[in-house]
Design a binder for this molecule. Structure first.
Ligand code: NAG
Ligand code: NAG
Length: 197
């Protein structure tokens, strides 16, 4: 499914609105962002050498020949709110200022059908991966990471929001042999599911 013209124009309006909100210090009395987005409720870092998933407050994806197999991916879990009922949803990666990026800065994204039971569990990399959504490139000069390709239209283009209360799990996985993307997560920045009519 390809995006309509209407959608493309809505996205170009949407991304700066979120990014401006992210860049604005809390104490500056400005009008709040008008386009809402869903932040992750929980996040986990998966370590491929330790075979664990541990709770995290920020995202890190890493692959490096010299890391002794400690390739890292990030799991994020969202809960669709009542306010998104009937809306369109779309995944946006808004790198926070100061995100640490090197190597290819490319991430593969999967939906998940499993969630760690608590903050420290055994977790083999690849556990629970359901559908591939596609690949993004995080570029510090762009407000929103761009899609290199979409393997699914779900969340990668404007798509119908899942029902309120649904938990959405996504995994962000390194692509190349040398890849590092590390980002802060907060209201209006990081990995967000934007929703709008
Ligand atoms: C797995 O992906 C399929 C196809 O996108 C979807 O229909 C199904 O609901 C997903 N399963 C879970 C448990 O999320
Ligand atoms: C966390 O979950 C794992 C897997 O279900 C379980 O084995 C472990 O005992 C749990 N740890 C705590 C502290 O609840």
């Amino acid at each position: 499914m390809f995006p309509s013209k209407t959608f493309l124009s809505s996205l170009s309006l949407l991304a700066p609105a979120l990014a401006i909100a992210a860049a604005t210090p809390e104490h500056v009395p400005v009008r709040r962002q008008t386009i809402p987005s869903i932040s992750p409720e929980t996040m986990f870092t998966v370590d491929a050498a330790a075979n664990t998933a541990t709770c995290a407050r920020s995202g890190i994806v890493d692959k490096f020949h010299n890391n002794n197999g400690h390739d890292l991916s990030t799991l994020v879990f969202y809960m669709y709110p009542l306010t998104s009922i009937g809306d369109r949803c779309e995944l946006l990666f808004l790198p926070s200022p100061g995100s640490r990026l090197w190597g290819s800065r490319q991430l593969d994204i999967y939906t998940l059908n499993a969630r760690p039971a608590n903050c420290s569990v055994a977790w083999t990399p690849g556990t629970g991966r359901n559908t591939s959504l596609g690949r993004i490139e995080v570029d510090p000069t762009r407000q929103v990471a761009r899609w290199l390709y979409h393997s699914s239209s779900y969340l990668t283009y404007s798509s119908r929001c899942a029902p309120a209360g649904t938990v959405e799990g996504l995994e962000f996985v390194p692509v190349s042999e040398y890849d590092h993307v590390e980002w802060a997560q907060g209201q209006g920045y990081g990995v967000q599911i934007a929703y709008y009519l």
